[in-house]
Design a protein around this ligand. Structure first.
Ligand code: PGA
Length: 251
């Protein structure tokens, strides 16, 4: 691990009822009294307002998506400005579960990142290859294409508000985690790519998080890798004990 403040993100996806959210987050806070990481809770939109009063010090709220426009006739959508107005600090963009919705989603990621930056939000940008690309040995090319089409048009100064989550699709919700060596190799590849494109300073200050079946039992060895600066946790973030144990590997 390096000296950046680690980030551990709870991606609840479409789980938990609004009335359960407060207790779950309070439990997490109680179980991580000495957390040295930033803890970012990303529930469904409906839970953001009731969780506002728990934001403090190293506890932040994040959303799982936002729209690329600020307002208008977009029935059912939520703008980045609306999230920021609610006290939300982060937004996850480019998650593979959203990219699977179709080409519009992939093509709108850059515009969503721009909208999030304009609203003052921090972005957790997700990338990662499907199983077939890893098996064919094309995983680096695949991730490079994602990075170049979604990020390369931004200014260096804008990207200080971006973290990258490497989430191999074959590891999400499958119980199959990337080995520490596989994850480290891809994180280093991502950092080198950012360095070549935007310079070494940004590359070194950028948090690169791992996501994909992170559990208490594998978090320690993954966190030990040089280029893993935190985690994006799905399933295990619904259980306060499990999630707190993941946060606490960074103590
Ligand atoms: P998982 O999900 O931890 O359940 O694999 C990670 C994610 O989708 O962000």
């Amino acid at each position: 691990m390096n000296i950046k403040t680690p980030k551990v993100i709870a991606n609840w996806k479409m789980n938990l009822m609004p009335h359960q959210a407060h207790d779950v987050v309070e439990n997490i806070i109680d179980l991580c009294p000495k957390a040295s990481s930033d803890i970012i809770i990303c529930p469904s939109y409906t839970h953001l307002y009731p969780l506002r009063d728990l934001i403090k010090d190293n506890i932040f709220l994040g959303a799982q998506n936002c729209h690329d426009k600020t307002s208008g006739a977009y029935t059912g959508e939520i703008s980045a400005l609306m999230l920021a107005d609610l006290g939300v600090s982060y937004v996850i963009l480019g998650h593979s579960e959203r990219r699977e919705l179709g080409p519009y989603e992939n093509l709108s990621i850059k515009a969503k990142i721009r909208a999030a930056f304009n609203a003052g939000l921090q972005v957790v940008y997700c990338c990662g290859e499907p199983d077939s690309m890893r098996e064919a040995g094309n995983h680096e090319d695949y991730v490079l294409k994602q990075l170049s089409s979604d990020l390369f048009d931004f200014e260096l100064s804008e990207l200080t508000k971006l973290s990258i989550a490497y989430e191999p699709i074959w590891a999400i919700g499958t119980g199959k985690t990337a080995s520490p060596e596989e994850a480290q190799a891809m994180h280093l590849f991502i950092r080198n790519t950012i360095s070549q494109q935007f310079g070494i300073e940004l590359a070194h200050s950028m948090a690169i998080l791992y996501g994909g079946s992170v559990k208490a039992k594998n978090a320690g060895i993954l966190a030990f890798q040089n280029d893993i600066d935190g985690f994006l946790v799905g399933g295990a973030s619904l259980d306060p004990n499990e999630f707190a144990a993941i946060v606490n590997v960074f103590l």
